[in-house]
Design a protein around this ligand. Sequence first.
Ligand code: AMP
Ligand code: MG
Length: 523
Amino acid sequence: MPSEPPDWTPEAEIPAGKPASSSAGWRWDNSYVRLPEGLHSPVPPTPVSGPRWGIFNHDLANTLGLDGHQLGQPEQVGFFVGNQLFEGSEPIAQAYAGHQFGNLARLGDGRAILLGEHLDPAGRRWDIQLKGPGLTPYSRGGDGRAALGPMLREYLISEAMHALGIPTTRSLAVALTGEPVFRETTLPGAVLTRIAASHIRVGTFELFSALGDVQALKTLAAYTLLRHFPERANDPKPGKSLLEAVIERQSALVAQWMRVGFVHGVLNTDNVAVSGETIDYGPCAFMDAYDPATVFSSIDRQGRYAFGNQPKITSWNLARFAEALLPILDDQESAAVEVAQACLESFPAQFQRNWLATYRGKLGLLTEEDADAALIEDLLAWMHSTQADFTQTFRGLRPIAPGPSGSTASNLNADQQNLAHSESTPSDSKFLDWHRRWNERLERQGLALPRVLECMHRHNPVIIPRNHAVQAALDAASEQNDWTPFHNLLTALKTPYRETGSPESLSQPPPPGTPRCRTFCGT
Ligand code: AMP
Ligand code: MG
């Protein structure tokens, strides 16, 4: 609990707590708790009766400068369910609002508690949060708890996203509580330890805007700039600067999701982190066959958060962010609206630039031509019409080594035709025609094949967390206490761009006829 009164003003530095170095390498330096009351509420985790380890992330502990050997010991598990508190932590729940499927609601951490912030050896600041540690002042009708399956799902997919090179919150541990949680069925309870650059959301700003609390907005904006965009902290127009920075990060993030077929599933504004990290792994899933209309979430009946709609909905979410910032963009409302509009108008072009850059990479294009967008779109259209697997099609593309000019699909010999597509890619005439255009483009680029392949391999994963493999791993762990499939999948997902010979059952699409997986919010 904060012992001193909140004394922070936007002009100050990141508010220093009492940096506490305790054992295991923790360097607590809690700043959010020192922001004014209203932004958060003090709340301790609720102890549980039978804590037991699920999984501990030694690699991440190492990155954070923590002694994983010590923290992962059996007697330490109590810290990871909230039965004990690390010396130097100051637990709070954060206040926020959010547009959920278009409607603004007052929310807050209903089942999460921020223990504080840890400074890693490089001086980077990380939120350390428990997810599922009991009731908070923002729990509304919920129980403040989480079930093991969904917490393992977040662990697995967030770590997979990190290995894919996509900004994301990460998972340090999952510990079981030894207590049941009641959903449609009775499930084992668990607590996830989530690591994030911060948990400041678009919805955090929306709350104080809706409350008309301009001072809180100013404080939050200045704090966010200092924490995430320090190079902009002295900008004379902090509101505009923050809006620009968040638009930049979000346009880059969504382009990365589109690169790997990730469907977030519940892009409500409370699930959009201003840091530009992917956050909230509730109903997310990866697409198998390419279809922009892919939706997994059982409650997203209109396809609001479908794969292909993510850029548009992000633009909508950013408009809500801009609206929330209006009071601090300019004293004159009309001038503030103009600033907001000008910033928001830059999003489509920024996203398109990022998307083109990443899809050029998928095709091994290191140079730019105007017709590249059409080349990419035509491949996607072919994939859509043939229900081709998104990941395998890109990874299976084989350029033909620049040979005698004029080698086209129609005059390829049998060996070259084999090279032109992988086993899993149908060799219909449309594809071969596209493949000829792509190769002509590669020939014009004139770069050596190894460079092209290296670029393609960096942008096209061999393995993604396929729904059928994820589900099998979670079911075995949470229903049979068999953790082998979970560990095998996690290991395979740690090197997604390398052909490591991981079992085909983990990297292949589901067998034909497998029903599309359904995912759920509020798990
Ligand atoms: P989500 O759908 O996970 O983004 O959650 C939306 C809101 O519901 C957030 O304010 C959560 O803290 C809250 N929430 C979700 N599950 C629970 C739960 N079991 N108990 C209390 N609050 C919850
Ligand atoms: Mg959420």
